[in-house]
Design a binder for this molecule. Structure first.
Ligand SMILES: Cc1cc2nc3c(=O)[nH]c(=O)nc-3n(C[C@H](O)[C@H](O)[C@H](O)COP(=O)(O)OP(=O)(O)OC[C@H]3O[C@@H](n4cnc5c(N)ncnc54)[C@H](O)[C@@H]3O)c2cc1C
Length: 621
């Protein structure tokens, strides 16, 4: 690590997924002094148990509500969202590597239509052909069964591996069941853009059997050793220091001169100078928070005395996937599931876990070596292939209107989602399949499998609404001294979302679960998710909607809160990721993504940050 000074060319706030990509790429030029300020700790600074939980692929849920988690939660999702007043817990990584160090490891490439959608909103330079080149720079396929994909030519830092049991019994059952509906069953998620079944790899380095994430993939020992890169951890940035436009003239641009931090050892407030740029990469919650603390936000919210740049879009347009699960008990002759392993893990049963742990330590294989998720599907609105289905969709379009006023972005967003919903080759539902029980508590935390002494086995389908129209917000609230973050994802605030997701939920029960070969392994009148209505009840769409209101929780896929959009559409940053109204302040993380990725977003965030690095380099040199 380089010697620390208090003046740098570029100061990056947030050493997370995107922040470390940018730090690594910008510091390739030795003439540029780059500083990363990260609130959390680096791996070697963590207690051993946390470090192991970061690195061991399926152990990430042990990180929730620990010092490496910001441990956010939403405001009660009541009136707008119809989620029965529930508050939901929201983990976010607080460490060098950010959320890439605590996420579920699934690596799902972006959909072409979505990325092209960003460009069409008024962001030239972000079209799919250019973006996909940046995405390809982020990863290497380090292990892949030949049936799934060919090894990639690209040699990006993030190691991506398909687990050993890809072609096991249950993934095959899932693929064949999806195929029975006329879709391809086993596409490679890294190249497939069409609807159908998918094989999902993990961000795992198969040689070492550990998580590959921003802090070990982009910050290799060579990169960490660069004399022009300084990493400071345990430092929370309090604000970006902005020089107001000369004479306060309208249309003038504010200049970011540095940032204010609290010294972790002395507690004193100090300043770090940025000669050229400040890049905020503090995540979809942290970045809007920091902009508001710095005087960039809606003047009506911040107050005229505090505002430096009036930017009403800051903290708005927050998007996230609502998620629900449905588990089914399997027959006694079904292929083995992972329930026994998971129950043993909950009981800390050394006798059962000893074998898999030995296998992991000796060969880096087995259940400890991967996330456990291998199979998924992206599917269009069920029924769309029939005239009745298309008429039903037209009826839904006529009868479900979004919150008013929707604004220019609301109109464009609705047009985009309607195009997806009308297409048989695009997907509005994202399904993950797993051979084990999985459920969530009402606050979004993981629910235990039934621990009633029985050893029943299950499969689970996890459903996410791929393209929600509901948008929420994240803002600082309360008096200056005791401000807190109010996160309101606004789930189901657009009524079309509930209608679409309920139809996908119906399809799990009325379509997938009665289709072969899956159906033959499900126990007739077997147990299902605790609290789910009796089998067949989802035939009634109102029952499906009620189940979603009662049970849907949040995926951790937040985007959009500092959207890259034209300013008149509520945009916060331009296509070069510069904050409107400033000369040298950028945002670069999941918050700038204006239309959320179809599925798990980390690949898109890595790709976005690679793309941004090129843009920033081009403008600096
Ligand atoms: C529990 C969980 C599971 C997930 N599972 C998956 C998955 O399986 N697949 C997938 O594709 N995606 C998944 N995701 C989402 C994915 O990890 C994120 O979309 C992505 O990592 C976001 O990257 P980012 O750079 O925007 O933010 P982050 O990676 O969160 O980085 C932000 C960084 O900024 C730091 N920071 C914030 N404020 C300050 C401040 N004021 N001063 C200094 N530092 C600050 C934070 O500590 C953090 O390190 C998951 C996320 C979570 C939380």
């Amino acid at each position: 690590m380089a010697a620390e000074t208090s003046a740098f060319d570029v100061v990056i706030v947030g050493g997370g997924t995107a922040g470390l990509v940018v730090a690594s790429r910008l510091s390739e030029d030795p003439s540029l002094q780059v500083l990363v300020l990260e609130a959390g700790l680096d791996l070697p600074q963590m207690p051993e148990q946390l470090m192991q939980a970061v690195l061991t692929p399926p152990a990430y849920s042990q990180l929730y509500k620990t010092p490496v988690d910001w441990n956010h939660s939403t405001v009660a999702q009541a009136e707008k969202a119809n989620l029965g007043g529930r508050e939901m817990s929201f983990p976010q990584g607080k460490m060098l590597g950010g959320s890439s160090g605590m996420n579920g490891l699934n690596f799902t490439a972006s959909a072409k239509t979505v990325v092209d959608g960003w460009a069409e909103l008024g962001n030239p330079g972000w079209e799919w052909p250019a973006f996909s080149q940046s995405l390809a720079k982020t990863y290497t396929v380090a292990k892949a069964p030949s049936l799934v994909t060919k090894p990639s030519d690209n040699q990006g830092p993030v190691q991506v591996a398909f687990a050993d049991d890809y072609m096991g019994s249950w993934p095959k059952v899932w693929a064949d069941t999806i195929e029975s509906f006329g879709f391809p069953g086993t596409q490679d998620t890294l190249t497939a853009q069409a609807a159908g079944g998918l094989m999902i790899p993990d961000t795992v380095d198969p040689a070492l059997g550990i998580r590959s994430f921003a802090a070990n993939a982009y910050l290799t020992p060579d990169v960490r050793g660069r004399a022009n890169l300084t990493l400071r951890t345990g430092v929370e940035v309090k604000k970006v220091i902005l020089k107001k436009p000369e004479g306060g003239q309208p249309g003038g641009a504010a200049v970011a001169t540095g940032v204010e931090i609290t010294d972790p050892t002395t507690g004193a407030t100090t300043t770090v100078i940025a000669h050229r740029e400040v890049i905020v990469a503090a995540g979809a919650f942290g970045s809007p928070k920091l902009l508001e603390l710095s005087g960039i936000g809606d003047a009506r919210r911040l107050g005229v005395d505090n505002v430096v740049v009036d930017a009403p879009g800051v903290g708005e347009n927050l998007q996230n996937h609502p998620l629900v699960t449905l588990s089914f008990e399997v027959t006694n002759t079904a292929p083995p599931t992972k329930d026994a392993f998971l129950r043993a893990a909950l009981r800390q049963d050394g006798e059962v876990l000893g074998g898999p742990m030995k296998e992991y330590m000796e060969h880096r294989t087995g259940p400890f070596a991967s996330s456990g998720v291998t199979s998924a599907a992206q599917l269009p609105l069920p029924g769309l292939d029939t005239p009745e289905g298309r008429q039903e969709l037209e009826r839904l379009f006529r009868t479900t209107t979004g919150p008013s006023p929707g604004g220019a972005f609301g109109v464009a967003h609705e047009r985009f989602v309607r195009t997806i919903l009308s297409s048989r080759s695009e997907a509005s539902g994202y399904y993950i399949f797993g051979p084990a029980y999985a459920a969530f508590n009402p606050d979004g935390t993981n629910a235990l499998p039934p621990m009633d002494g029985s050893e029943d086995s299950y499969i689970t389908v996890v459903l996410m609404l791929a393209h929600p129209l509901s948008r929420g917000s994240v803002h600082l609230v309360g008096a200056a001294a005791e401000q807190t973050l109010a996160i309101d994802p606004g789930y189901f605030s657009h009524p079309l979302d509930l209608e679409v997701m309920a139809r996908h939920l119906q399809f799990i029960e009325q379509g997938l679960a009665v289709a072969e070969p899956l159906a033959k392994w499900l126990k007739p009148n077997g147990k299902r998710t605790v609290g789910v209505p009796e089998a067949g009840a989802f035939k009634d769409i109102e029952v499906a909607k009620k189940y979603l209101r009662d049970k849907a929780v949040a995926a951790q896929h937040v985007t959009g809160s500092c959207s890259m959009l034209p300013r008149e559409m509520g945009g916060v940053v331009d296509p070069l990721l510069r904050v409107y109204g400033t000369r040298n302040l950028r945002v670069c993380d999941a918050s700038v993504i204006p239309l959320m990725p179809r599925a798990n977003p980390q690949a898109t965030v890595y790709g976005m940050a690679e793309h941004a690095s090129k843009i920033i380099k081009d403008s600096l040199f």
